[in-house]
Design a protein around this ligand. Structure first.
Ligand code: GLU
Length: 367
């Protein structure tokens, strides 16, 4: 496909009609504590122990639900694992009669031209979307509004710690690995004033963290069952003033009406924090499906350095787009697929729900 402006491409993707829905720097987490796939209790029926019970008036949330999504960070070209996750997210949404939306998560790092190439790749493999992709940086006001709503209820506190402070304090035995040890949670106003002043003298500002009312939360995952994980006082606005991924993703999922989150297994560990935050913001907690990651034969996560792993690389070896989809399809037990809908049709909802949770080990093709 010829290069087009991002805006044109966005509109082109949005113009296409939804597929017929009638056919049927994060750390990977360890094994989920429980695995009772498909036996999750619907959110509304679950009871919560230990949370504040408060709900925001969610003026910044959208009204629509019944929506799945794909939310890539525009940091480079998709590799085979990203393409497989996109197909699965799309298949899950379409197979369950949902809308499917995109979000370009550009609040962190962005590589020039990457978002456009990602959209082109999705279009090429037959993943379409409803409406225009949401550009996350355009949502700064909504992110601030959510922070203000949490702050008004005493659910936010300033954190003055450096990474090193956290690393040192977090080695205490009662703190789960990688979790915030609570250093700045209960400081007096005069301590805060002093710490704010010493940061300001260094030209720095505090980060904001969520005073998460509940130290753990349970989410419903189509592949991993009812999954309970710890929730620490995670960062919601970084020290540089940029909203943190967890905050922005939750606020934007709510705005886009997302009630089904299908994404890589590396984010399962974030789901309890995100679901608790959604709850605090008065937004619906989505159902999740954390699908297996693609790994290189070394066992490391698949990456560009592993060889021909992007659509462009593989085309350079003479593969057609259909050949790439067929390669992905065969990893899912679907032979002969040429576009995303072939995979969705062949799997159906029962095939999606019974996907293996084992990583996909990819030997990058050499011809
Ligand atoms: N933007 C994140 C990524 O590309 C995914 C976020 C999400 O799916 O919640 O890894």
């Amino acid at each position: 496909m010829h290069r087009r402006g991002l805006r044109n491409l966005i509109q082109a993707g949005a113009r296409r009609r939804p597929h017929d829905a009638s056919h049927g720097d994060r750390q990977p987490v360890g094994h989920p504590k429980t695995r009772h796939a498909h036996h999750c209790t619907p959110t509304a029926a679950r009871t919560r122990a230990g949370h504040s019970g408060e709900r925001a008036t969610a003026s910044y949330t959208g009204r629509m639900t019944n929506t799945g999504r794909f939310a890539p960070s525009p940091t480079g070209d998709f590799h085979l694992g990203n393409l497989r996750t996109a197909i699965l997210a799309w298949a899950w949404a379409r197979t369950t009669g949902r809308r499917f939306v995109l979000r370009i998560e550009d609040i962190d790092r962005e590589r020039a031209g990457s978002a456009q190439r990602q959209l082109e790749d999705l279009e090429a493999i037959g993943v379409d979307w409803d409406g225009e992709p949401l550009i996350q940086t355009a949502r700064a006001d909504a992110h601030e509004e959510a922070l203000a709503s949490l702050a008004a209820r005493g659910l936010i506190f300033e954190c003055y710690c450096t990474r090193r402070d956290i690393r040192e304090a977090a080695s205490a035995p009662h703190v789960p690995p990688g979790h915030y040890p609570g250093t700045c949670l209960a400081l007096s106003e005069s301590e805060r004033d002093a710490k704010r002043a010493s940061l300001a003298a260094l030209g720095r500002a505090p980060a904001l963290r969520l005073a998460a009312p509940s130290p753990e939360w349970t989410v419903c995952d189509e592949l991993h069952g009812s999954y309970t994980g710890p929730v620490d006082h995670f960062v919601v606005r970084r020290a540089d003033g940029v909203p943190a991924y967890n905050l922005a993703a939750v606020v934007d999922d709510a705005y886009q009406g997302v009630d089904q989150v299908v994404r890589g297994f590396d984010l399962l560990s974030q789901a309890p924090a995100q679901a608790q935050l959604a709850h605090l913001l008065g937004a619906p907690e989505p159902t999740y499906a954390h699908v297996p990651l693609a790994l290189a034969p070394s066992g490391a996560r698949l990456a560009k350095r592993d060889g021909a792993v992007t659509l462009a690389d593989l085309r350079g070896l003479g593969w057609s787009t259909g050949d790439v989809v067929a390669f992905i399809g065969s990893s899912l037990g679907v032979p002969g697929a040429r576009c995303a809908s072939d995979i969705a049709d062949a799997l159906g909802i029962s095939g999606l729900r019974s996907l293996s949770t084992k990583p996909w080990v990819v030997t990058p093709p050499s011809a």
